[in-house]
Design a binder for this molecule. Structure first.
Ligand code: ADP
Ligand code: MG
Ligand code: MG
Length: 918
C-alpha cells in the first residue's frame, strides 16, 4: 500500500497530535463528534519532515496527488469547485504542530482566488467589495508567507489608496478602492518576485504548503522552541491544515471570535472571550477594531449566543477540559475553526478542577492530574500586582519565590533593630549572608544578595522560612559602614524602599504593590483529595512553633525535620550558646547548658503542642559549633576598636590631670571632662573577645563540613546532646501530663557507624529512665538516624538495629556521593557541566536517581531486611520537588519532608506520584 500523507477531517485520528499536529488532530476530532467544522484535510508532520530532510526540499511524490483526491471530497461536501470560475471553493492553509506555538507560524487565507474565480466569488455573493477585500488579503498573505515579502511593501500601497480616497479606516474603502488595492498588490508582487502572481490554485496551494513546512525551521519558530524547551520528542515538524474558508465578514449576521469555555484568569464557569460582527478572524487578533465581550452577544445575536453556549458545552463534555476555541459565524451559521486545551493560571486551574468534579465532568483523579504541582507555587506566595508596570533595576536568581517590599538595610543587626524593634518592613541587602545573619532574616520581609546561587546560605534559609529571596544579583555593591549600596550604578541608602520578586529574580526601586496569596476553599478541597489518594506522607521542615503553625496551615502531616540550631540562633539564646562554647571547663559548659535546658524544653513543648497529635522529628545539633561564633576577622576588628577606646579613655584621664594642673595655676575652678566608660569594663570586654578569638582559632577546621560536627560533636561533648535529649523527653512528659497526645522523634545527624548510634542511644535510655521515674509518665519518643553519608548507606542493615526510622538527608548525601561541595560546585563548574550535558541536571536541585537514588535504594533494602517496618523518609530540599517525590514513591519511601510553603506542591506531587506509578 502506498504511504498515506493526507487525512480528511472525517478520518484522521484525533488523538494523534504527533502526526496531525494539535490543530489538525482537533479539527478531525471535532468533525467526527459532529461539531460544525468547515470541510478540509491535514497533510502530516511526516510529510513536513520528509520535505525538510530532502536535499532539494522536495515533497514526497504522492503528496500533491493525495491532496487532489482530498480536494475532490471537499468539493463534493461543499458543492463548490477549487478553481471553478462560477462557484469557487476557497481554502485556508494553516500550520499546526504537536505543541501549540501561538503566532509562530503562518496562515494563508482565501487561497483559490485569482482573476477568474474572483469574478465568480463576486457574482456568488453579490458583493464586489467583499470579493476585492478577500483577494487583497490573500495576495498579501501569500506574498508574505510563500514569497517572504515584507508586510510594509503592501502596507505602503494600502496607505496610498486610503489617502487618495481620503479615508482613515479600512471600512471606509469602497469596492473600487479595494480593486485598486488588489491591482497595486499584484504589481508589487510581480516587481518583487519577478514573476506574475500564480493564477493556478494548485500551484498556489503547493507553494503555500511548502512555505508552511519551511516556517517550521523559521527563525521565530526555532527561537520559540528553544525558549520553551520544546524538544523533537515533544513536537517534530508541522502539519498543514487545508480548510474550507468561511466568512465572518458577510454582513451583520456574520461574526468571528475567540473564547475560553471558562474564565482562564479566575476559573469562573462562564464563557469568556471576544467577538466582532462582520469581520474576519485575523481582525480580532490584529486589534484593528475593538472586539466586544462575548456576554454582549446575547443582546446582539441571541440565536447565535445560544448556539455558541451549546458548542461550549459540547466541547467541554467531550474534551473534559477547558477549551480555548476559535469560531466564525457566516450568515447565521456557526463554525468551529479550532480548539485546544486552555492555558490558565493556577487559581483558575484549581477552581475549575474542583468545579468540574462537582459537575460530574471529570473524576477526582483527573482533577488532580490536570494540574502541574509546580504551578501551585504561584498561589502560595505574595505576588507583584500584575496591573502595575515597572522596570527592574537589577536581576538575580529567583532563589525563593514571592514578592517583598521594604526599606533596604545592609546588616542583620540593623535589620533586626528596624524590623523587629521598630516594626518597619525591611529588605536585608547583603553581598552574601552567613549563619550569624539569621536574626536579620527573621526581621526582614525578604533577602537580596549579590553573590551566591540558588543554594547559597541566603537562598536555602530564605526558602526554609518561606521568605522571598533574590540571590546573586550582580551589580549590587554594599558598603555596610556607610549604610549604602550601589545598584547598577545608582545609590540607595538605608531606608530607601525597594521591591524584590523572588519568583523571577527582579529587583525594583520603590514600592510595587503586592497581592497576598489566598489559600482558597477549592485548593483545600483539591489537596484533601490528594492526601486521600497519596501514599507518601508529606511533612514539613520547621524549626520554631511559628514555622510549625504555618506548616499546619499548608497541610503538613507532621514535622520531618526540626533543626535545633535555628533555636540556638535566636537573640536570647545566642549569648548562652556562646558561653557554652567558650567554656574552659566541663563545669562551666554544664552551667551554660543548665540555663539552655529550660529554654529548649519549652521550645520543644510548644512545637509538640502545636503539632499534636502529629509526629515531630527533632534533629540533634548538627553544624560545627564555630558557626555560632563571629568570624575571626570580625573579632580582630572588635578587639582593635576596644584597644583604641581604652587608649582614648586613658587619654581622657591624662587630659583631666592636665586640666586640674591648669586650673590650680590660674586659680580658677576646676574644669573636668566626665569619664565616658570605666576602663575595667573595657578590659572585661577585651578579655571576652580575646577568649572568643582563641576559641575561634582552636575550632578552625580545614573543612568544617567534613569536620567536627553532628554526632561527632555529640560524642565528644556529651553534655550538649544530653541536654537536648533531656529537653525533648521532659517536653514529652509535660505534654503527657497535660493529656496532650504527642509523637516526638529524635534523630542523629552525620552517623556513619552503628556504634555512634548505639553510643547516643545509651544516653537516651539512661535519661529516659530518669525522666520517667521523676515524672511518672511513660515516654514513647522514637529514635532514628539520618542517612547522609555514604558509609551509612552501606551499613544500613546494622544501623537499622539501632534505629526506629531512617531519614535521608539528601543535601549532604548528594555532596558526599559526588564529592562536590555544593557552594563551590554551583558557583564554579556545575553550570558549565549542565550546559555541556556532562551532567544533565543540577543534582542539588533534581535528585540524582542513578547515583544518590541508587544508594538510597540499597540502604532501604538492607534496612528493611533487618527491620521490615522501618519507616523511611527524606528531609533534604529534594523532598519538595515533584520529580524527586516521584522517585520516592517508586523507591518505597514512607514520607517526604520539605519547607512549609512547598508542602501543598508536595501533597499534589505525592498524589501524582501514586497515580502515575500504579
Ligand atoms: P493560529 O495558529 O495562529 O491560530 P490559524 O490557523 O488558527 O492560526 O489562523 C489564523 C486565523 O485565521 C484564525 O483566527 C481564523 O479565524 C482564521 N482562519 C483560519 N482558517 C480559516 C477558515 N477556513 N475560515 C475562516 N477563517 C479562518
Ligand atoms: Mg488559531
Ligand atoms: Mg545534613
Amino acid at each position: 500500500m502506498k504511504k498515506k500523507w493526507v487525512y480528511a477531517f472525517t478520518e484522521g485520528d484525533g488523538k494523534d497530535k504527533k502526526l496531525l499536529g494539535g490543530k489538525g488532530a482537533n479539527l478531525c476530532e471535532m468533525t467526527q463528534i459532529g461539531l460544525n467544522v468547515p470541510p478540509g484535510f491535514v497533510i502530516t508532520t511526516e510529510a513536513c519532515l520528509y520535505f525538510l530532510d530532502s536535499a532539494a526540499h522536495e515533497m514526497p511524490d504522492e503528496v500533491m496527488g493525495q491532496v487532489r483526491e482530498h480536494m475532490l471530497q471537499v468539493e463534493q461536501a461543499t458543492g463548490k469547485g477549487f478553481g471553478d470560475a462560477e462557484n469557487p471553493l476557497l481554502v485556508s492553509v494553516r500550520s499546526g504542530s504537536a505543541m501549540s506555538m501561538p503566532g509562530m507560524m503562518d496562515t494563508i487565507l482565501n487561497l483559490g482566488l485569482n482573476s477568474r474565480t474572483l469574478e465568480g466569488e463576486i457574482a456568488q455573493t453579490g458583493d464586489a467589495r467583499f470579493g476585492y477585500d478577500a483577494y487583497r488579503r490573500f495576495i498579501q498573505l501569500f506574498g508574505k508567507v510563500a514569497m517572504g515579502m515584507p508586510d510594509e511593501m503592501f502596507d505602503e500601497e494600502f496607505e496610498i489608496v486610503k489617502q487618495d480616497a481620503r479615508v482613515t479606516e479600512d471600512v471606509g474603502l469602497s469596492a473600487a478602492n479595494l480593486e485598486e488595492v488588489c491591482d497595486r498588490f499584484l504589481q508589487v508582487f510581480q516587481t518583487h518576485t519577478g514573476r506574475p502572481f500564480p493564477e493556478d490554485p494548485y500551484e498556489q496551494l503547493e507553494l503555500s504548503i511548502k512555505a508552511v513546512f519551511n516556517s517550521w525551521m523559521g527563525r521565530r519558530a526555532v527561537d520559540y522552541r528553544r525558549e520553551f524547551n520544546i524538544t523533537p520528542a515533544m513536537a517534530n515538524g508541522t502539519a498543514v491544515n487545508v480548510c474550507t474558508m468561511v466568512f465572518g465578514n458577510r454582513g451583520n449576521d456574520s461574526a468571528t471570535g475567540v473564547a475560553f469555555t471558562r474564565n482562564p484568569g479566575t476559573g469562573e464557569n462562564r464563557l469568556y472571550g471576544e467577538y466582532l460582527v462582520n469581520a474576519q478572524g485575523e481582525d480580532v487578533v490584529a486589534g484593528i477594531r475593538t472586539p466586544k465581550a462575548i456576554d454582549k452577544m446575547d443582546q446582539e445575536m441571541p440565536e447565535m449566543a445560544r448556539q455558541l453556549a451549546e458548542l461550549r458545552n459540547r466541547l467541554e463534555a467531550h474534551y473534559q477540559e477547558i477549551q480555548d476555541f476559535e469560531f466564525t459565524i457566516e450568515r447565521g451559521t456557526l463554525y468551529c475553526l479550532q480548539t485546544r486545551n486552555g492555558k490558565m493560571n493556577a487559581p483558575a486551574m484549581v477552581r475549575t478542577s474542583v468545579e468540574m468534579v462537582g459537575e460530574g465532568l471529570i473524576d477526582r483523579e483527573q482533577a488532580l492530574l490536570r494540574i502541574n504541582p509546580d504551578h501551585l507555587e504561584q498561589m502560595l506566595y505574595p505576588q507583584l500586582d500584575r496591573n502595575v508596570r515597572a522596570h527592574p533595576v537589577a536581576q538575580g536568581l529567583p532563589a525563593s519565590p514571592g514578592a517583598a517590599v521594604g526599606q533596604a538595610v545592609f546588616d542583620a543587626d540593623r535589620a533586626e533593630h528596624l524590623g523587629r524593634v521598630l516594626g518597619m518592613k525591611v529588605i536585608l541587602v547583603r553581598e552574601e549572608t552567613k549563619p550569624e545573619d539569621i536574626h536579620g532574616f527573621f526581621a526582614a520581609q525578604g533577602i537580596l544578595t549579590s553573590r551566591g546561587g540558588k543554594t547559597s546560605h541566603a537562598a536555602v534559609v530564605a526558602r526554609g522560612m518561606g521568605k522571598p529571596c533574590v540571590a546573586g544579583a550582580e551589580g549590587i555593591h554594599v558598603d555596610v559602614q556607610k549604610r549604602e549600596a550601589y545598584v547598577s550604578g545608582q545609590l540607595i541608602r538605608e531606608g530607601d524602599v525597594i521591591t524584590i520578586d523572588g519568583s523571577n529574580g527582579n529587583v525594583y526601586f520603590g514600592e510595587i504593590p503586592t497581592v497576598e496569596p489566598e489559600f482558597s476553599r477549592e485548593l483545600n478541597t483539591l489537596l484533601q483529595w490528594a492526601d486521600e489518594i497519596a501514599y507518601l506522607r508529606v511533612m514539613a521542615n520547621a524549626d520554631t512553633p511559628e514555622d510549625a503553625a504555618r506548616a499546619l496551615k499548608f497541610g503538613a502531616r507532621g514535622i520531618g525535620l526540626c533543626r535545633t540550631e535555628r533555636m540556638f540562633n535566636a537573640v536570647d539564646r545566642l549569648p548562652l550558646v556562646i558561653e557554652m562554647i567558650v567554656a574552659e571547663t566541663t563545669e562551666q559548659r554544664q552551667q551554660a547548658l543548665d540555663r539552655l535546658l529550660p529554654i529548649q524544653r519549652s521550645d520543644f513543648r510548644k512545637l509538640f503542642e502545636t503539632m499534636s497529635p502529629l509526629p515531630v522529628t527533632i534533629r540533634l545539633l548538627d553544624p560545627p559549633i564555630h558557626e555560632f561564633l563571629p568570624g575571626e576577622e570580625q573579632l580582630k576588628d572588635d578587639i582593635e576598636k576596644l584597644e583604641h577606646l581604652k587608649d582614648s579613655v586613658q587619654g581622657l584621664d591624662v587630659l583631666n590631670g592636665a586640666l586640674a594642673l591648669l586650673s590650680a595655676e590660674k586659680g580658677t575652678s576646676e574644669a573636668k571632662i566626665p569619664q565616658l566608660v570605666d576602663t575595667g569594663l573595657i578590659e572585661e570586654a577585651l578579655k571576652t573577645k580575646a577568649l572568643m578569638l582563641r576559641k575561634v582559632r582552636d575550632l578552625t577546621e580545614v573543612n568544617p563540613m567534613l569536620g567536627h560536627r553532628g554526632v561527632r560533636l555529640g560524642i565528644t561533648y556529651p553534655e550538649i546532646y544530653r541536654m537536648q535529649i533531656q529537653a525533648i523527653l521532659e517536653a514529652e512528659a509535660e505534654c503527657a501530663a497535660k493529656g496532650i497526645e504527642v509523637h516526638p522523634q529524635m534523630m542523629v545527624p552525620q552517623v556513619c557507624t552503628a556504634a555512634e548510634l548505639k553510643w547516643v542511644r545509651e544516653y537516651v535510655d539512661e535519661i529516659k529512665t530518669g525522666v520517667e521515674r521523676k515524672t511518672g509518665q511513660q515516654l514513647n519518643c522514637r529514635f532514628g538516624t539520618m542517612i547522609e553519608v555514604v558509609r551509612a548507606c552501606m551499613r544500613a542493615g546494622s544501623l537499622a538495629n539501632q534505629a526506629d526510622f531512617f531519614s535521608f538527608g539528601t543535601n549532604d548525601l548528594t555532596q558526599a556521593t559526588f564529592s562536590f561541595s555544593r557552594e563551590d560546585a554551583e558557583n564554579k563548574f556545575l553550570p558549565m557541566y549542565n550546559q555541556n550535558e556532562i551532567l544533565r541536571d543540577n543534582p542539588f536541585e533534581v535528585l540524582d536517581e542513578k547515583g544518590v537514588g541508587r544508594l538510597m535504594q540499597l540502604a532501604m533494602q538492607w534496612g528493611r531486611e533487618v527491620k521490615p517496618d522501618l519507616s523511611i523518609g527524606i528531609c533534604g530540599e529534594h523532598g519538595g520537588h515533584p520529580a524527586s517525590i516521584d522517585f520516592c514513591q517508586r523507591a518505597g519511601l514512607n514520607y517526604v519532608s520539605c519547607s512549609a510553603p512547598r508542602v501543598p506542591v508536595a501533597r499534589l506531587a505525592a498524589a501524582h506520584a501514586f497515580l502515575n506509578n500504579r
